[in-house]
Design a protein around this ligand. Structure first.
Ligand SMILES: Nc1nc2c(ncn2[C@@H]2O[C@H](COP(=O)(O)OP(=O)(O)OP(=O)(O)O)[C@@H](O)[C@H]2O)c(=O)[nH]1
Ligand SMILES: Nc1nc2c(ncn2[C@@H]2O[C@H](COP(=O)(O)OP(=O)(O)OP(=O)(O)O)[C@@H](O)[C@H]2O)c(=O)[nH]1
Length: 456
């Protein structure tokens, strides 16, 4: 559901406006540290379209170092999470320096900022409205939350914006259904990528050969499966030329990288008979770096201790692969024999399951509760002489454009990101994984604090 955030310095009337929009009379108090979205977000009652109104006021209160920092943090949260920001100023106070610094901060999100001039109760107030235009967000919409003035125009503005978003989403969905799921088949030369592609397509459109790196080029193969559109990106090796022998691996990893970027999901083909090699690890790291959904395909399983019992072999193979590719722990794996077209259906079972589970994006309220709860159970350790890491607020940012498999980034707003240890981040990631079953999709964080620019 689209999110409309109300941002502004203290006392401009954010709560009053919030209450108007959500149809509540009583003011909401923000006296709890670590307020979660539940207490400050509510469905809009005034608009035609369904959306959530979020009052950011109070989120930054935990910072206890002045409302300047508080308001800035709230604006940052709104910018990274909201679909539309209602930037509220006070017609009776006129333009203040805090308004101006907020404006400065929000300039990069200009397209989604709507200036609201509140407390425009009467004609006198209208006189100062022109001043606010200096901030660069237009003249602003004059309203009076206290008297209910301008509420219809405000509702119309929000509706207009939501309709625009809806159109964008529909266009993107249409594109996805047209193009289908883009599946990159990657792996080192000779792992069996072409064989897997053929097994999937059940014909011999690509040439399979005994020599490493024989396939001509990476190719996009559109095809339909059970009424669903897919595109297979077959990242084949390169033509083997004698003088190029030593660079075969370099070229193939460049190709792999390009394919990974374009894909919605990667099938990382491992020649299980040969074991995980340095090049497999390199390609796996590319998948992780691009934050792509992934299934590990253990190919040539027919050659892996063929006489042993299947489940024991599988267990052993899994142990090896998990150990070698520990950083790709989110990726489920399947053992197949592409050449014999064995178990190839399992690959699609995984893809379908991943796709289905990925549609359940965690709600902000749930996420905040889970993380606060996790932090209470096992609080972050403070190093000597250092502050303890505090989580102000967490939210989920799904990659901007609609994709077949959305990959969320968990945005954590903390007091100081330098206090967040990698092991602690891992702990939080594991908690998320435990509670929200999204196999095949990486759990990644973007950690922000007011002292530092976002870097992760
Ligand atoms: N005259 C007038 N007063 C208003 C209007 N809207 C809000 N107020 C008053 O302004 C004061 C602050 O309103 P709030 O809604 O609490 O402001 P806020 O921005 O949420 O404040 P913080 O919670 O401190 O961030 C209250 O005394 C409101 O009654 C308005 O449209 N006109
Ligand atoms: N035993 C066995 N051999 C396989 C299997 N899959 C592929 N192979 C063989 O492995 C070799 C390489 O297979 P390809 O599909 O050409 O591998 P590729 O990854 O596309 O190779 P490049 O084009 O070099 O990147 C061929 O000889 C295949 O017959 C399998 O499941 N079992």
């Amino acid at each position: 559901m689209p999110e409309i955030a109300i941002v502004g310095r203290p006392n401009v009337g954010k709560s009053a406006l919030f209450n108007r929009l959500v149809g509540r009379r009583i003011a909401i108090v923000h006296d709890m540290p670590g307020v979660t979205r539940d207490r400050i977000a509510a469905p809009s009652q005034l608009t035609k379209t369904a959306c959530t109104i979020v009052d950011t006021g109070g989120i930054g209160a935990m910072l206890d170092d002045g409302f300047g920092a508080q308001v800035t943090t709230e604006a940052d949260i709104a910018m990274s999470t909201a679909d539309l920001i209602l930037f509220v100023v006070d017609a009776q106070d006129g333009l203040t320096t805090i308004d101006q610094s907020l404006a400065q901060r929000m300039r990069k999100a200009k397209g989604k900022v709507q200036l609201i001039v509140n407390k425009a109760d009467n004609a006198e107030a209208d006189a100062v409205i022109g001043d606010f235009a200096r901030m660069g967000f237009g003249a602003g919409l004059p309203v009076s939350a206290a008297h209910g003035k301008g509420m219809q125009q405000l509702a119309d503005t929000i509706d207009g914006h939501v309709a625009h978003l809806e159109q964008e989403r529909e266009d993107a969905e249409e594109k996805v259904s047209r193009e289908g799921l883009k599946i990159a088949i990657i792996g080192r030369p000779n792992a069996g990528k072409s064989s897997l592609t053929n097994a999937i397509l059940k014909d011999d459109r690509t040439i399979v050969s005994e020599v490493a790196g024989t396939t001509r080029d990476s190719i996009d193969i559109p095809y339909e499966r059970l009424g669903e559109q897919h595109t297979i990106i077959d990242t084949a090796g390169i033509r083997r030329r004698t003088k190029m022998d030593s660079s075969v691996e370099v070229f193939s990893s460049m190709r792999a990288e390009r394919s990974i970027r374009r894909a919605d999901i990667c099938l990382l083909v491992i020649d299980v008979a040969a074991g995980v090699t340095a090049q497999d690890r390199k390609i796996a790291r590319m998948v992780l770096a691009e934050k792509k959904p992934c299934v590990i395909v253990l190919n040539k399983f027919d050659l892996y201790h063929p006489d042993g019992n299947r489940s024991a072999r599988l267990e052993e193979a899994e142990e090896h692969v998990r150990k070698e590719l520990f950083f790709l722990a989110y990726a489920p794996f399947v053992a197949v024999s592409a050449k014999n077209r064995q178990s190839v259906g399992l690959v699609f079972e995984q893809i379908t399951y991943i796709r289905k589970q990925a549609q359940n994006v965690i709600g902000t309220g749930q996420l905040n509760r889970l993380l606060q709860d996790s932090m209470q159970k096992y609080p972050p350790q403070a190093k000597k002489g250092q502050k303890r890491m505090k989580l102000l607020y967490a939210t989920t940012a799904v990659n901007d454009h609609y994709t077949a498999i959305p990959v969320p980034t968990y945005v954590l707003f903390v007091n100081d990101k330098r206090l967040l240890a990698e092991s602690y981040e891992q702990y939080l990631a594991n908690r998320i994984r435990e509670h929200f079953d999204t196999p095949g999709v990486p759990v990644t964080f973007s950690v922000r604090s007011r002292n530092n620019k976002p870097s992760r």
